[in-house]
Design a protein around this ligand. Structure first.
Ligand code: PEP
Ligand code: CO
Length: 403
């Protein structure tokens, strides 16, 4: 799948890390959860092409988002970060973008109505094309093993050996689809309104060349970037790269994160204690939430550094029932309740909700285990809330923070 126009343009160009000494230093650091591209001869050309393409975002919007997030930290607004677990390239159509945005807006309006507060809406959209995976391979019904799906930016969901081959040309398609998505977001129903987009900064060969700026670096790939639970080691590339850019950043923190891990992350990612810079997105699982969040909140409070606490009630609550991954709504409600009350008890402010939803009529999350029958279509990644469930979970968050 060669893009001739890109090959032509990129043949003599290579991403010159000397232009960005800081990025050059970082490129020697280890990065977890990266695809094996093999010795793909085109990788350097692809990186160079990405580096030459226009930034996907207007860098002035970074400041606007940081100011909005500062209002969330101060308790004057609340944050809703929402979108698909993994965007497929096929979702970058005008119709799908409009359907997603219309659901996200309804959720934000509902949160605003129920809380009487301004809602800052950040979409998991226009670049959420890479997925970290715990297992490297998946076993087919015939017993053969193939590499796992790593998101459309890397390989195909089609469960064949060829489909699952890592193809770095997909990084350029990821850029194109993100640009299309942003075009539809900014036209149509959002005409004239500012939209903020975010994705997990996972793929070094995409994020590094999408870094822009001179003395001050920023990501041109999205307004807010977050680091996943599996790649938050402070010595590694992901955290170090995030510390080099001025965009607001988030870090997912799960049940294995200690108080020391989290205070190190806060010091590294927000050394000047700036407002609107850093979100800690807790995803503990309902059973662990009270104890874990309490311990982290105590540790962070002592640093006197502003943090936007977000609750992801989904990733710590994934279960396997009848061989299918599901998430139960009572678990999510319990984690949200624990998040809000525990943070408040520790003198911290519960600022936002981070959830995976789809406008499609799916049945991937359930009210109780008995309604999960198995055999439901398997989503490309994690189980998502449908529209009705999404509004219900927003409602629960609203009632907890309004108490
Ligand atoms: C995600 O947000 O889709 C994800 C993989 O989350 P986590 O890093 O928290 O597991
Ligand atoms: Co997910």
């Amino acid at each position: 799948m060669l893009r001739n126009d890109a090959v032509e343009g990129a043949q003599r160009k290579f991403l010159d890390l000397r232009r960005f000494p800081r990025l050059g230093e970082l490129s020697r650091l280890p990065a977890a959860h990266q695809p094996e591209w093999g010795d793909h001869a085109d990788l350097e050309c692809i990186r160079a092409e990405l580096a030459d393409l226009p930034s996907l975002i207007d860098h002035r919007d970074i400041r606007a988002l940081r100011l909005a997030l500062a209002r969330v930290e101060a308790g004057a607004a609340c944050l809703l970060q929402v979108g698909e677990c993994a965007e497929l390239f096929s979702m970058a159509s005008e119709r799908h973008v409009e359907r997603r945005l219309s659901l996200y807006r309804r959720m934000a309006d509902h949160l605003a109505d129920r809380t009487g507060r301004e809602v800052v809406l950040v979409l998991r959209m226009a670049g959420q094309h890479g997925k970290p995976r715990t297992q490297l391979t998946e076993t087919l019904p015939d017993g053969n093993k193939i590499p796992v799906y790593r998101g459309d930016a890397v390989n195909s969901f089609a469960a064949t050996v060829v489909g699952r081959r890592s193809d770095p040309w997909r990084l350029l398609t990821s850029y194109d689809r993100s640009r299309d998505t942003l075009k539809y977001l900014q036209g149509g129903p959002a005409l004239g309104q500012r939209v903020f987009v975010s994705h997990e900064a996972l793929l070094r060969d995409y994020e590094e060349p999408m870094t822009r700026g001179g003395k001050t670096l920023y990501s041109g790939g999205g307004h807010l970037l977050w680091i996943g639970e599996r790649t938050r080691d402070i010595r590694d590339w992901h955290v170090q790269w995030a510390s080099s850019i001025i965009n607001p950043v988030g870090v997912k923190v799960g049940p294995t994160a200690s108080g020391v891990d989290v205070t190190d992350l806060v010091r590294m990612l927000n050394p000047r204690r700036e407002q609107g810079r850093l979100s800690l997105i807790t995803r503990m699982g309902a059973a662990e939430a009270v104890g874990r969040i309490g311990a982290l909140a105590e540790a962070v409070r002592e640093l006197r550094s502003p943090v936007l606490w977000q609750c992801d009630p989904m990733h710590g609550n994934t279960r396997k029932l009848h061989g299918t991954k599901v998430r139960l709504l009572p678990d999510m409600r319990a984690e949200i309740t624990a998040f809000v009350r525990t943070l408040r008890d520790s003198g911290c402010h519960p600022g936002g909700l981070h959830i995976e939803v789809t406008p499609d009529a799916v049945s991937e999350c359930h009210e109780d285990a008995s309604s999960a029958k198995g055999g439901d279509a398997c989503p490309p990644c994690d189980p998502r809330l449908n529209s009705e469930q999404a509004l219900e979970i927003v409602d629960h968050f609203a009632s907890e923070i309004s108490n």
